[in-house]
Design a protein around this ligand. Sequence first.
Ligand SMILES: [Zn+2]
Length: 313
Amino acid sequence: MSGLNNYALPFRIEGQNVNGRAVKLNSLASDVLVRHDYPEAVSRLLGEALVLVSMLGTMLKFDGRFILQLQGGGPISMLMADYTPDAGGVGGLRGFAQFDEAALSAALKAGSPPMALLGEKGHMAFTVDQGADMERYQGIVPLEGNTLADAALGYFERSEQIGTALKLAAAPLLLPGGKTEWRAGGIVVQQMAATGGVVDIETPPEGDPDLVDDDWHRLEILLHTTEDSELLDSELSGEALAFRLFHEDGVRVFEPRELTFACPCTRQRVLNMLAGLPDADRIEMQAQENVEVCCEFCNENYVFSPQEAFSVG
Ligand SMILES: [Zn+2]
């Protein structure tokens, strides 16, 4: 297998109508999370969200931007991660979170599970954006369960109704010298839909079309034997993990999809955005010494003089 550092590896469990993905975000988890420097609980959740969009984005039958948005009334008011494949097939990942620092530390002291940080009445939205002129697909479900993996399963149960099992993990790794790196990873297996669901896969089915429930149950149990440490270990490849879990049924791996950090923001895009602001906002900003705009997704700070900021449009 190629020496990719960050990838989603598609695999099939031979003889079963089951597809899977193993996702490894080694350097990429740090690329996204260190630039934000959020509190650890927020970074963990965002790290898992990046793994989840990698799994699902690479399972789409078509190329498009795949967006995961979690929203509720909790200390973390919003969390967003998205996956956009480029023309060469490399998947770009980015994400951000909005949260209330004081409410967050109070909730953590009270022992809130990760998903409770998003609030009681949160929801989860998956959006597939294939660009202008194309149909936009969106699925929204209430946030349920204590972990992001639970919430994702809730989504599959409600909307896709195909058997899915998954594990997600993200954690900081303390290096000698006090430096912190992040790792994130995950694995998913999914029964193949008889008719195409949104995350149905591009390769044709084979084997027994009616997967016996006992078999599926056994595969689910096997998947859940995966330890977080295996998902986070950069020395353990996705291929080795898939073989460890499912070698008795036979595993076929496909070409891995490379993943990278990517945010399409540029000075010009920010200028275009400023040009589109209502007059009242523009007048107020023109009175300031500098116009500063921070990209929420990548934390890049753009600074303009008022003349430069409003010389277009
Ligand atoms: Zn950006």
